[in-house]
Design a protein around this ligand. Sequence first.
Ligand code: ADP
Ligand code: MG
Length: 308
Amino acid sequence: MLKAEKLSYSYGTSFQLKSLNLKLSPGKICGIIGHSGSGKSTLLHLLAGLKEPEAGKILLQGEAILTPSKKLVPGHPQIKLVTQQNSLFPNISIKENIAYELRYYEKAYQDSRVRILAKQLNLKALLDKLPRELSGGEIQRVMIARALADEPLVLLLDEPMANLDRLHKKDVMLSLKKVVEEENIACAMVTHDILDAFGMADELLIFQKGKIIQRGTSEDIYFHPRTKYVAELMGEIFTMDDKAYFRSEDVIFNKEGVYRGKVLNNVFQGSYYEVLMEDENGRRFAGKSRDKKEGEVSFSLSSFIYFD
Ligand code: ADP
Ligand code: MG
């Protein structure tokens, strides 16, 4: 559906996105993860036709999209970018905000399309309100509905849920995943929350300094991170010897364990305690336990992560 080939872009000498290849497929969400400044937003702007690539091309259904230098108004009508920024018109209702995207269609079609979107994104109760009467999460849902109004082929999301609490996030995530599948949209979603990516993405792309350094399913990358950078993006890792790394869930507390630690603290996490420990060399690490641990403990490790 949307394909980027050997895409390059730079801001002077300070940042380069180099020869990047990527493909977004209909009905699928591609999660994009990486440290701040690794080039995720730049990539989305390129894909949306809002920045001029220095090299390479972007193909939508096999056809090269027009880059800003070749257009009066940058952007592509079938590729929509949603950011954290609230760009709704403040003085018209939510319904009118969404319908504005459909202003060239007949009123009857506008109404029925708004009704469908309101149902998909759970906006029914909000339609007659003004943007300022909405919470941050509600605004995000409206922005996504508005982006979807004219049935785009591609939806690009730049940290759309960064300002939402867990509960509201789950809501938006579920609706979004459903719409993408139902309407067969090719979707890319930048997020800094790895749990969002795990919950939503069919494929993950890991970004570091303008490059995609690993791609695969969430499970692939979680269990087989190629570098320490990737492993740390997926969650905390620990080591006792700088070669073999492990995660807290790999720690199995038992009397015959070959490893030893002194318990520093038990952090209650609801379904388990995170047991913070240190070894005789002062290295800190953590394990998960249903019950509190105290003093000297021994444990074994169920699996390790190694890097090349
Ligand atoms: P991310 O979204 O992953 O945080 P960005 O794509 O926003 O990263 O930025 C990538 C790099 O480019 C960063 O180092 C950032 O400081 C730099 N950058 C972003 N926008 C500009 C700009 N308009 N001019 C110069 N440098 C920029
Ligand atoms: Mg960004």
